[in-house]
Ligand binder design. Structure first.
Ligand SMILES: *Cc1c(COP(=O)(O)O)cnc(C)c1O
Length: 366
């Protein structure tokens, strides 16, 4: 018997969410983001769910090769560019577009071309640091970088790219969205090439900023970005994490539960022990009351999450017994409803799903 903990991936929900992203983006093309093992959903599930996208984008070169070997023919974009010379060779060989975000990457590219280690046509995304101060050329260095790339015969298309820090909260005092937008416009005016600036929050909330390509990630998996719930945008959860009750305890008033005895029974009650813990990716910081579904009935966590187990209040589910299904997040329980009390975001929970958790595609309706 394998452990009863399973993450079920709903390919139809991914297709649906992609359609929502594409519809919001109107004429723009869609890079479906599948970095981090398709946000924990499995790379090949991502390829299946987003077969209708115009391209796939990610970070990891070995995974990009996996996509090509699995038959993905359409464009691939490497969002952080090439980390070393070997990546450039891989990019040229497997027709991977890649970001160029710093002078060192241009030098590496020029050298590889000069040494004939790679040849064109190469498609490049030239990245502007429009204020987030993560990756990208500063505005005063952007045009020179563009000219330097343009002078390389092996370079075919140069797409102009930036990334927004606060698309879900555009009035952020540290860096208003509007300031980044203006910065990008100023730095790119008059330069030829397509543009891409939009993550999920931009795609959903700022239709005027869609440009030529959008780059949605979290929304495709049914996670929220911004203050609204994912369901408000018609997004469906792509991952449902389910387990079972593997133990039941009848408590008396004053009985303590789990490590540190964080929860003390206020009176007689039944609790269930669920096969899922922080070594599976469930957040250890989840407080008492974090929502859980037992046989579809909403109840809450009691006591600290341990490595392989967590405990839940069975008061609202009196017929629960050993083997009863428990939903940790997904269908019927948005992942964000678990992330928020635990002080994190849906992104982190999806991505942190541990390798020991079985990930299986749901049977497809015919
Ligand atoms: C991860 C990533 C995205 C997708 O962001 P979401 O918030 O998940 O939509 C888009 N662009 C870049 C450069 C990224 O690294």
């Amino acid at each position: 018997m394998p452990r009863p903990l399973v993450a079920t991936i709903n390919i139809a929900a991914m297709q649906h969410n992609l359609a929502v992203a594409a519809e919001r983006a109107s004429a723009a093309k869609v890079w479906a983001v599948v970095k981090a093992n398709a946000y924990g959903h499995g790379l090949l599930h991502g390829m299946q769910g987003f077969a209708g996208a115009d391209g796939l984008s990610l970070i990891e070169f070995d995974k990009a090769v996996d996509l090509r070997e699995a038959g993905w023919q359409k464009p691939i974009l490497m969002l952080e560019g090439c980390f070393d010379h070997a990546d450039l060779v891989t990019a040229a060989r497997y027709r991977l577009g890649f970001a160029v975000h710093c002078a060192e990457q241009i030098r590496m590219l020029e050298l590889a071309i000069r040494e004939r280690a790679i040849s064109g046509p190469l498609d490049i995304h030239l990245k502007l640091n429009s204020g987030m101060n993560r990756l990208g050329f500063r505005p005063d260095a952007f045009r020179a970088a563009h000219a330097r790339l343009r002078s390389l015969e092996a370079v075919r298309d140069i797409t102009l790219m930036t990334h927004f820090a606060n698309a879900e909260a555009p009035d952020n005092a540290g860096l208003p969205l509007e300031r980044q937008v203006r910065c990008f416009e100023d730095a790119t005016t008059g330069l030829e090439g397509e543009r891409t600036v939009a993550n999920s929050a931009t795609d959903l909330l700022h239709p005027q900023l869609h440009a030529d390509w959008v780059r949605p990630g979290i929304m495709l998996y049914g996670g929220k970005c911004g203050s609204g719930a994912a369901a408000d945008f018609g997004l469906r959860p792509a991952m449902t994490l389910r387990s079972e009750l593997i133990g039941i305890q009848d408590l008396q008033k004053g009985d303590a539960v789990g490590y540190g005895s964080r929860f003390i029974a206020p009176g007689p009650m039944r609790i269930g022990v669920v096969a899922c813990g922080y070594a599976d990716g469930y957040p250890r910081h989840a407080p008492d009351g974090t929502p859980v579904l037992v046989d579809g009935v909403r109840t809450g966590l009691v006591g600290r999450v341990s490595m392989d187990m967590l405990m839940v209040d069975l008061t609202p589910a009196p017929s629960a017994q050993l083997g009863t299904t428990v939903t940790l997040w997904g269908e019927g329980l948005p992942i964000d409803a678990v992330a928020e009390p635990a002080g994190t975001i849906g992104y982190e929970l999806m991505c942190a799903l541990a390798p020991r958790v079985r990930v299986v595609a749901a049977p497809q309706p015919h």
